[in-house]
Ligand binder design. Sequence first.
Ligand code: NAP
Length: 246
Amino acid sequence: MPDRPLALVTGASRGIGRGIAVRLAEEGHDIALCYRFGKDAAEETRQAVQAAGARCFADRCDVTDAGEVEQFVAAAEAALGPVAVLVNNAGITRDNPLVLMPPEDWNEVIATNLTGTYHFTHSVAFGQMKRRNGVIVNVSSVAGVYGSATQTNYAASKGGVNILTRSLSRELGRYGIRVNAVAPGFIETDMTQDLSEKVRKKALETIPLRAFGEVAHVADLVAFLVSDRAAYITGQTVQVDGGYSQ
Ligand code: NAP
């Protein structure tokens, strides 16, 4: 195992992905990260990762495109060695009541959140199996556990990620590979910036800890699940949500 095992984080130009990339760099990993549009933002993440003492490979890669993902993983591994840790974080929302939801919004959310997770895992897991070593963490959502009105596409994608996680843990456990998911509630990022005051107020009344979470709350949980302190945990979807449930 190299001195600084490589952690690959998808969608790390900003938000939760950036927080995870920097946290894992602080924990002693080198980092490979991808983004779709945010080149300048990804450059900021790269600088923060390098400031934490890690080497960093950053490039554009659309998680919905199997060919791009395969090329990205090959280039990252050529630069920094085998992927020891995969964090499938890239995700989007396209909210609407189902009867008003156009097929393209359904398809884009499933393609990004669920199929994107499949693409990266497909490109990384075989190498981890051969090395009999690896950790995979999928960033899901409480919407994938409880469901969420006006988010049928998003909730279905994340519910899919949760059961993919459990199923894959059953496949890969014998190779010494752990697979878990984290399910954040409301976290302060660009994704929750657009919520109306009404939705925000209602959410705060429903969250027992009476606050939205911070990126660091999710990154800390991911860092724990990646670490050997979680050596006997696999197949789980762990909520980080201030107690929110409905
Ligand atoms: P965000 O601030 O909107 O950031 C999303 C990230 O994903 C960006 O880096 C974006 O890259 C990247 N991305 C999106 N589509 C991509 C694609 N096709 N290929 C590659 N990268 C792509 O979102 P966030 O709040 O940090 O969310 C991160 C994850 O946490 C998502 O899976 C989300 O579902 C989950 N989550 C968030 C919350 C919350 O309250 N914020 C709650 C539960 C779960 P570009 O900017 O370069 O396009």
